[in-house]
Design a binder for this molecule. Structure first.
Ligand SMILES: [Zn+2]
Ligand SMILES: [Zn+2]
Length: 339
C-alpha cells in the first residue's frame, strides 16, 4: 500500500509500505480523505519538536472499516466492515494522572497518529477500535475528515465552558480560529474575530462573526471595550504571538477566561496583578479529549465544515499540496488529500 512518508526532515515521498493488519482491539481502515494541518508541514520541514522519524504523517482522517481485529472493546462490538469512520488520533495509557481525571489528550505517555506513530495519510491504517467513530454514510469523506480539526474547537470551548450567553474574541482567522468561530456561533455565543488580513475577516463575517477587527489597522483593545463595555468574557488565542499576551490580559473582563492554543517556545511578559485583580482563568487546550461525538453532533445540527475546504488533491500529489500551504498561506484554508 502507498503512504505519504517523511523519511527525514525535508524528504517527503509517496512510498510503498507493508500492508498493516488489525491487531487485538483494532480495526483496519481504508482511508478515503485526510486533512493537512500546519503540524504536518512542520514535521515535513523538521520544525515540529515532538515528531519522530521516519513517519507516515496525517492525524485528520476518515475512511471505511476494511477489517476487524479480535477482542474489540465492548462499546465497539457493533462496528462492521464497510462502516464509515473518522479516527480520533489521540491514544493514551489510561492509567496516568491526566488519564485518571479524564484528560487523555495530555496523557503522560501520549501517542498521536501521524506524530508519534504512523498516521492516516496512507491507503490503509490500523487503529484502536475505540478511536474509530462511525459517521453517517451519506456524508462526503471530506466532511468526515474535518471532524478532527473541529475537535480542537470543541475541546477549547469545552475547557472554557463557552455558553450561549458568552461574548468571545477569537484571535486569528486561520483554519483553527475559524473552527472555533463556527463552534462558538453554533453554541449561540456572540463572536468577534481579530486578524490582520481583511480577506480572512470577510470569511469570518460570512461564517457568523458579529464583528471583525483588523488589528493591524485598528486598536483592538479599544474596539473590544466598545463592543463589550467591560472587557471580553472569553478570549481564544489561535494566533499565539507571545508579545500579544499582555494585551489579552488587559482585554479580558473580570472573571474572564483566556484560552491558549499555540506552541510558541518564546516567553511572554505578563502582569500578574491583572490575573489576580480580575480573577482570570488562563487555560491551555491541546488536541481533544473525546470530542469526536460532540463534533459529529455539531455537523448533524447544520455546522458545515466543508466551507473551510479550499483545495483537494489526490494523495499522490501530497508534496504539491504541502508546498501550496507553505507558499500561498493566504489563498489556502483547509487542504485535503483524497485516497
Ligand atoms: Zn491538525
Ligand atoms: Zn495516560
Amino acid at each position: 500500500m502507498k503512504a505519504v512518508y517523511v523519511k527525514e526532515p525535508k524528504s517527503l515521498d509517496v512510498a510503498e509500505l507493508p500492508m498493516p493488519s488489525a491487531g487485538r482491539g483494532e480495526v483496519l481502515v481504508r482511508v478515503h480523505a485526510a486533512g493537512i494541518c500546519g503540524s504536518d508541514v512542520h514535521i515535513y520541514h523538521g520544525t515540529n519538536p515532538l515528531a519522530e522519524y521516519p513517519r507516515v504523517i496525517g492525524h485528520e482522517f476518515a475512511g471505511e472499516v476494511a477489517a476487524l481485529g479480535l477482542e474489540l472493546p465492548p462499546e465497539k462490538r457493533g462496528l462492521s466492515v464497510g462502516d464509515h469512520v473518522a479516527v480520533d488520533p489521540v491514544t493514551s495509557c489510561g492509567t496516568c494522572y491526566p488519564c485518571s481525571v479524564g484528560r487523555p489528550n495530555v496523557c503522560s505517555r501520549l501517542k498521536v497518529f501521524g506524530v508519534h506513530q504512523d498516521g492516516g495519510m496512507a491507503e490503509y491504517v490500523a487503529v484502536p477500535a475505540a478511536n474509530a467513530h462511525v459517521v453517517p454514510k451519506e456524508w462526503p469523506w471530506e466532511k468526515a475528515a474535518m471532524i478532527e480539526p473541529f475537535s480542537i474547537a470543541a475541546n477549547v470551548l469545552s475547557r472554557t465552558e463557552c455558553t450561549a450567553s458568552d461574548r468571545v474574541l477569537v484571535m486569528g482567522a486561520g483554519p483553527i480560529g475559524l473552527t472555533v468561530l463556527m463552534g462558538a456561533v453554533l453554541i449561540g455565543a456572540r463572536v468577534a474575530v481579530a486578524d490582520v488580513l481583511d480577506s480572512r475577516l470577510e470569511t469570518a463575517g460570512e461564517l457568523g462573526a458579529e464583528l471583525g477587527v483588523n488589528s493591524g489597522r485598528q486598536n483592538l483593545e479599544e474596539e473590544m471595550l466598545k463592543w463589550t463595555g467591560e472587557g471580553v468574557p472569553l478570549i481564544v488565542d489561535a494566533v499565539c504571538i507571545p508579545a500579544l499576551f499582555p494585551s489579552l490580559l488587559r482585554m479580558a473582563s473580570p472573571a474572564g477566561r483566556i484560552a491558549h492554543l499555540g506552541f510558541s517556545e518564546r516567553p511572554a511578559e505578563i502582569v500578574p496583578l491583572e490575573i489576580t485583580k480580575k480573577e482570570l482563568s488562563i487555560i491551555g487546550s491541546r488536541l481533544n479529549r473525546n470530542m469526536f461525538p460532540r463534533v459529529i453532533e455539531w455537523f448533524g445540527k447544520g455546522l458545515d465544515p466543508e466551507k473551510l475546504i479550499s483545495h483537494k488533491f489526490p494523495f499522490t500529489e501530497a508534496r504539491k499540496a504541502l508546498d501550496l500551504i507553505e507558499e500561498k498561506p493566504l489563498e489556502t484554508c483547509k487542504v485535503l488529500l483524497t485516497f
